[in-house]
Design a protein around this ligand. Structure first.
Ligand code: GLU
Length: 476
């Protein structure tokens, strides 16, 4: 059996981290088994689905390297892969269920359903369809349809008993049928609901393993019932735990950024993001935390998915991003920084700065803030910042005045500058830091920068001296 798996996002809103998370496990499972990974666009919600959102799904999954073997944009043997282009297929399947007695036409109006819901509410019953049309003679319902009544097709869910199935992550799962509604399969506009379209497509696209988020597990009995009604064998079910906020609620925009666009725009590296998402549901042997797709392809198995609800911890992601940022060669890092502002500057200067900031970057978009002083003009330094807590403006003025002629004459290399400035500090009877800190503030405007003398080397003599002079003027 060839493993065929899919991710089936709905193109509504921004591309979600959960989509990438599920795509990763599906894709890895396909690769591990020499199978195929499909991307299917579930755009049957005509109000909320939109082309822009679909485009962002493609882009963000590609950004992460989570590419697919078959999909709406690249085609494949089981297309089309966009549900809005398959409406006739669902209609035909829904009608076949009516013909076999597994589904029925329902002509109940929205007003009637609202009345039923209110009565159930008042009686403290859970809301559900009261099965009126299921119990009416079919000829009666047909008469209403012939008279122009609007209709939907609902599935017949067993009135009693249990639905039992095995889930790879959760073991045996049991739902009582009487908890499950007679789900609408086909809406009055002829379009399918998620349940019908999803099951029909999984079958027609040869999906062997449904690896999806845990939130769909309560839909699975309906899906199993549909498989039975069609006379099809269900796939293997594998519901992966939901990503969670720190308080363990389902990941939400209010508590965590959920859009993949946000992570890309912040400058998280795609490889760090993928590694981080992998860790959310999977542990490598020996607890290794930093690993790439090839390692995961080798070690991953759906049986190894952790059942615990993983907390989406941004601090951990920052740490992970740091691991990957530090591993890049300076040339590669310079390239990656291009879209984050580095492309606007002289390439040789950027290349000299990159090694100085590589250890300090949390995300690529830190570039501008960390390096602004290399490029623009500096505002006049703040005398309080120059003097710091331990020194007086007069002391700092003295130290900078001693440093100035030395800077004017020194060989302009990191090592030579360092040696010369240490001599200045020693001659003044202060610790090197007592000179380096005000000099740093003078030439960068900040207290927190890459090593001072390496920074001076990149800034160049003229600009450094001009900034020392501006600082001295402030301290006069
Ligand atoms: N369209 C569903 C979603 O947006 C697919 C769920 C499934 O994988 O069955 O996640």
């Amino acid at each position: 059996m060839t493993v065929r798996v899919r991710v089936a996002p709905s193109p509504t809103g921004d591309p979600h981290v959960g989509t990438a998370y599920v795509a990763l496990f599906n894709r890895t499972w396909a690769r591990r088994n020499g199978g195929q990974f499909l991307l299917r666009i579930e755009d049957t919600d005509r109000v909320r689905s939109n082309a822009e959102s679909e485009k962002m799904i493609f882009e963000s999954l590609r950004w992460l390297g989570l590419t697919w073997d078959e999909g709406p944009d690249i085609g494949g043997p089981c297309g089309p892969y966009r549900q809005s282009e398959r409406v006739a297929i669902y209609l035909e399947h829904a009608k076949s269920l009516v013909a076999s007695g597994a589904a029925y036409y329902c002509t109940c109006t929205a007003e009637r359903l609202e009345g039923v819901r209110k009565a159930q509410d008042a009686a403290k019953l859970s809301p559900r369809y009261d099965r009126r049309c299921r119990d009416l003679p079919a000829s009666e319902v047909q008469k209403q349809i012939d008279a122009g009544a609007k209709w939907v097709i609902r599935m017949k869910v067993p009135a009693e008993g249990e639905c039992r199935f095995r889930d790879v992550v959760r073991g045996e799962v049991v739902f009582a049928w009487d908890q499950i509604d007679d789900q609408v399969l086909l809406k009055s506009d002829g379009w399918p609901t998620y349940h019908l379209a999803n099951v029909v497509d999984d079958r027609l696209m040869g999906i062997t393993h449904v690896i999806r988020a845990e939130e769909w597990i309560s839909s699975t009995p309906k899906h199993i019932r549909l498989y039975e009604a069609f006379g099809w064998t269900p796939p293997v079910w594998c519901h992966v735990p939901l990503l969670r906020n720190k308080d363990r609620s389902k990941i939400s925009k209010r508590k965590n950024p959920t859009s993949l666009n946000w992570y890309r725009d912040q400058g998280y590296l795609p490889e760090a993001m993928v590694n981080f998402l992998a860790l959310m549901g999977f542990s490598m042997p020996g607890g290794v935390e930093v690993f790439g797709p090839a390692d995961m392809d080798r070690e991953f198995s759906i049986e190894k998915i952790n059942a615990g609800g993983p907390v989406f911890d941004l601090q951990k992601l920052d740490w992970m991003n740091g691991q990957y940022l530090r591993k890049l060669s300076p040339d590669e890092l310079a390239t990656r920084l291009g879209p984050f502002g580095a492309a606007g500057h002289d390439a040789a200067t950027v290349r000299r700065i990159v090694p100085l900031i590589q250890d300090r970057l949390r995300v690529l978009s830190d570039w501008t803030e960390l390096t602004a002083f290399f490029f623009g003009d500096l505002a006049a330094p703040d005398p309080a910042l120059l003097a710091g807590k331990k020194q007086t403006p007069a002391q700092v003025r003295d130290l900078l005045s001693r440093a100035r002629p030395v800077l004017a004459a020194a060989e302009w290399t990191d090592a030579a500058l360092e040696a010369s400035l240490r001599e200045v500090a020693a001659a003044a009877g202060v610790k090197p830091g007592d000179l380096f800190m005000p000099l740093r503030v003078a030439v960068t405007g900040r207290t927190n920068t890459p090593p001072l003398t390496a920074t001076l080397e990149v800034l160049g003599r003229d600009r450094s001296l001009a900034r020392v002079d501006a600082a001295l003027a402030c301290l006069a």
